[in-house]
Write a protein that binds this ligand. Structure first.
Ligand code: ATP
Length: 458
């Protein structure tokens, strides 16, 4: 339904989801700030991932390791040597490309896909994607440190700490969320590829030999996570990597891809990292990084299955998938049909007349009560029609309206559902129990026995 990211980008700016970083200074390429609604959606994505990965299970625990690490980590992991993208420049128009963005015949003719000139492309040059900085006052080689390009290594180097303190037996996992940094050659497509982004990674340690079974398990598990949160199944697919695409540490990787306006693109990678990382760190640190298996009475190095997703890319996925435009009478209604759990605001309480103190007071009181069910706001800054449209556009599943009839006659309020625009009237003293049901069971189930109507003008 969404035709280009431009539409989303302008909605994000207009409604306060995402702003360009340091905008007043002209911005900074590929850096973005999440506004009041953006931070809510982002936090909800992280909360839901953490809940499904850590809290709902007994075999995975969490970690929050530091971004800066001993530089030996990145030598051992292979990132210093291998985390490169070959880059090609056009000597004529100065455009820069990742080699894999250029079709083979263009590369052969050294034809620039931007200016069309032949013979103007440089030979591919290796470009390391890690950001470098210096620790301490002296800027020499000995003080060089890296901003982590993935959160995974913080997990591997803590494998023994976590295993011995939690006494977990194989198979078990360690989950971590946090910022990662990659000096991407061609960041683009809004928040799809940025240089600073947030990852959610989980390393699942298994017995060697059980790895393929667990790889399949995690691909299915992660695919289902997306569909449970409302992502259209037809827009999701699983794509196993070809042998030539695999990262240096991987035996097999399957990407979960989503069909964006830019085409099918990776949103999460599930890799079989084998025992590569633990063995590399054991070798470089000269520490024992193994697991004592009581059954076999020996030390083994576990294999690792890693589901790795990007928070920002999932943000873009949920926004893209939920974006809808519909004709309502002569107008186009824009709605973000986000899953209740993802929606930044769950309930908006709207007074029909803001000049009536009794209406405003009751609406404020109800918003405070509803906030115990889910994040709720009070808004009286426009007419009711405009307020509904605004809440639709930011994905609020339910609006609660207090009107004259509420305070003068029946003590009932209207609840309007975002996707169907159906409405029900419920007594204020039942509002908490009805909205609790809405939060847990959804609209259809909750309103089975309550008369509904649709008012298309609101
Ligand atoms: P790509 O091939 O697109 O560069 P990758 O295969 O290197 O990505 P992984 O290392 O598997 O990516 O990272 C796991 C996840 O982290 C990705 O699926 C994506 O959601 C997210 N991610 C990686 N790089 C970026 C980036 N530059 N900006 C935003 N998210 C990213």
């Amino acid at each position: 339904m969404l035709k280009s990211f431009d539409v989303l980008q302008s909605l994000c700016k207009r409604r306060g989801f995402i702003f360009q970083s340091s905008e007043i200074y002209g911005g900074l390429a590929s850096c973005w700030d999440y506004g009041p609604l953006g931070v809510e959606l982002k936090n909800n994505i992280k909360k839901l991932w953490w809940k499904s990965m850590v809290h709902n299970r007994q075999d995975i625990v969490g970690l929050d390791s530091s971004i800066l690490m001993n530089p030996q980590v990145w030598i051992a992991s292979g990132h210093v040597e291998n985390f490169n993208d070959p880059m090609v420049d056009c000597k004529s128009c100065k455009a820069r490309f990742r080699q894999d963005e250029l079709p083979a015949e263009k590369l052969k003719e050294k034809t620039c896909i931007k200016c069309g000139n032949k013979g103007t492309l440089t030979e591919p040059r290796q470009f390391n994607l890690m950001f470098r900085t210096f620790m301490g006052p002296v800027e020499d080689e000995g003080a060089r440190v890296y901003l982590r390009p993935e959160t995974a290594q913080g997990i591997f180097v803590n494998f023994v700490n976590v295993q011995t303190t939690t006494r977990k037996k194989l198979p078990f996992g360690i989950a971590q969320m946090g910022k990662s940094f990659r000096n991407e050659i061609t960041p683009k497509n809004f928040i799809f590829r940025t240089r600073e982004f947030e990852q959610m990674e989980m390393e699942f340690f298994v017995m060697p030999g059980d790895d393929e079974k667990w790889h399949k398990y995690w691909v299915d598990e992660r695919f289902n996570w997306y569909t449970k949160l409302g992502i259209n199944k037809n827009k999701l697919r699983i794509r196993p990597h070809g042998k030539d695409e695999l990262s240096h540490y991987s035996k097999a990787t399957s990407d979960i891809e989503y069909e964006f306006p830019i085409g099918w693109s990776e949103i999460e990678g599930i890799a079989n990292r084998t025992d590569f990382d633990l063995k590399q760190h054991a070798k470089h640190s000269k520490q024992e990084l193994s697991y004592f298996d009581p059954e076999q009475n020996k030390h083994i190095t576990p294999y690792v299955i890693e589901p790795a997703a990007g928070v920002d890319r999932l943000f873009l996925t949920f926004m893209t998938d939920s974006y809808t435009e519909e004709k309502v009478k002569d107008e186009t209604r824009v709605a973000l049909k986000l899953h209740y759990e993802l929606a930044p605001i769950k309930f908006a309480v709207l007074p029909l007349l803001k000049k009536r103190n009794d209406i405003v007071e009751l609406a404020t009181k109800l918003r405070n009560e509803l906030n115990s069910i889910g994040y709720s706001v009070y808004d009286d800054t426009a007419s009711i029609g405009k307020l509904y449209r605004r809440q639709d556009e930011i994905g609020t599943p339910y609006c609660v309206t207090v009107d004259v009839q509420t305070v003068e006659e029946d003590k009932k309020v209207t609840i309007r559902e975002r996707d169907t625009m159906e409405q029900i009237r419920v007594p204020t003293d039942q509002l908490l129990s009805v909205t609790h049901d809405l939060a847990t069971k959804g609209w259809t189930e909750t309103t089975k026995t309550i008369p509904k109507w649709t008012n298309q003008s609101t």
